[in-house]
Design a protein around this ligand. Sequence first.
Ligand SMILES: Cc1ncc(COP(=O)(O)O)c(C=O)c1O
Length: 393
Amino acid sequence: MKPLKERLMTPGPTLVPERVLQAISSHPVYHRSAEFKEIFTNTIKLLKKLFRTDRDTIILTSSGTGAMEAAVSNLFSPGDSAVIVVGGKFGQRWEELCKTFGVNPIVIELEWGKSVNPEDIRKKIENNKNVKGILIQICETSTGAYNDIKAIGDITSEYNDILLIADGITAFGVYDIPVDEWNIDVAITGSQKALMTPPGLAIISMSEKAKTRLSKVEKRSYYFDLEKEIKNQLKGQTAYTPAVNLIIGLNEALKMIEEEGLKNVAERHEILAKCARAGIKALELELLPECPANGVTAVKLPEHIDGQKFVSWIKNKFGIVIAGGQEHLKGKIFRLSHMGYIDIFDLLTQLEAVEFALTRIEMYPAYGKSVKAAMEKYIELVHHKPITYRKGS
Ligand SMILES: Cc1ncc(COP(=O)(O)O)c(C=O)c1O
């Protein structure tokens, strides 16, 4: 039997709500019109609420990597040093970007799945000259590990000339992160994860400390000129033609977050993450990360299973698209996504598919164990009001 439909359950891109799809599917509006300016300004306002910041926050028409590149090329001069936490594929990307722009990477290499000890960042700052920034992922999506960004911000705020640059591409909209309060100088995210919008937009917010640096560093990118973008976007404009339809979609998605309430959104993600972990435990599988993030759950597969075939089998059999591992973890892990437009039943679907696929390998299909454990966790965590469909209620 062929799958009837495809269910996208990867940690980016993620499912897009019908409301957002509808908003996107229209003719583009003129990006210099008053109509677009209003939507754009409102989108920035909602993004600032998401970041809980008063600082300048801008939208770039690029994938998330574009904002990472913009941060490195606009905030560092050749010969500067940056402390980089490399515990997965996206940490490696910081390192590659530094090398591209002549920034000296001082790497804290972690076993994939581990989170950084914030004190190790302090040591690197103290033991090296000319450190101008810390480059880190709040959630390293390739391993599902969460880094204690608040503790790291406490450390970097002690240094006047060191910026904390945080890739929160799978963290904003998953967690409630007060960017200003936690001393994150440069916060980055993308449209296609917890922001429930198709890929193509990156968001970057900058502290005064970061803006001072921006004004001093010689420009090394034409398209990603952050000073120019800030100047334009403060007036409700972009320097170049933006992805207008995506911005209209993002505006709708941010309204949905606003309606649900950021605290509730974060709580939903936390509950789903705990349910995912309970479901995995019931299958006697081990999580990869020590400190798992709330948007994605990375799970080690038993040695005798080829993870790439495993993930493909689930897709071919059920149309459920979950992610496998990257780089040396290819074939060794799978990743469940519970980020963005996702509820408990989307999670149960993924868990059941995994359980079924696992037991098929041994040729005795079993079912329900992980779903039961996840549901038990859900009931434990979610306070149920009296049933409203009871007669007379
Ligand atoms: C943590 C993190 N950083 C960076 C990226 C790269 O973003 P993009 O693929 O949008 O360029 C991703 C994408 O998965 C990510 O999860």
